[in-house]
Design a protein around this ligand. Structure first.
Ligand code: HEC
Length: 136
């Protein structure tokens, strides 16, 4: 009987707490850690970039227009002249080849939901097919 009470306690109080801790508060934790390891140096912790040198990811019209398009930029880089939030950028970004399709998906979803961005969810399948289309 005692054991059963303990089990009921666990299910009613502890489990929802754990689910809340792991899920609600940090749903894109893996992407966040990868972002900090691979992107923060240039794009900054808060996604602001460096005006005129490194384009922003936070509230960036370029990202908002095609969040899944980030997949190809992350893997293969970008050397173009682009306009982001009315500022021109033309420094090249090198591709980051060691990131898997799965890791790229998690980074994209972290960015999609960070810093007030609300760009929805990008699925692993979408990322995979975008990466296939820009293979070089
Ligand atoms: C060494 C510096 C550097 C690193 C590291 C870097 N970027 Fe970039 N990124 C740039 C630069 C510079 C550009 C502009 C490229 C151009 O103008 O062609 C850019 C452009 C972009 C763009 C398109 C423009 C925009 O900001 O909306 C995205 C999206 C992006 N980077 C995402 C990432 C992500 C995600 C990572 C980490 C996985 C990353 N970058 C790592 C320097 C960097």
């Amino acid at each position: 009987m005692r054991q059963k009470n303990w089990l009921v306690f666990l299910i009613i109080f502890i489990l929802p707490f754990l689910v809340w801790q792991c899920g609600e508060r940090q749903p894109y934790r893996h992407g966040e850690i990868l972002y900090q390891n691979f992107c923060t140096n240039c794009h900054m912790d808060n996604g602001s970039g460096l005006k005129g040198l490194i384009p922003p990811l936070a509230q960036a019209d370029y990202v908002a227009a095609d969040p899944a398009g980030m997949a190809c930029i992350i893997r293969y880089g970008l050397s173009d002249t682009i306009m982001v939030n009315d500022t021109l950028y033309n420094q090249p970004m090198a591709g980051i080849k060691q990131l898997t399709d799965f890791e790229i998906t998690n980074i994209i979803n972290y960015i999609n939901h960070a810093w007030g961005n609300a760009y929805g969810y990008t699925s692993y399948e979408t990322v995979k097919s975008r990466l296939d289309s820009c293979k070089n």
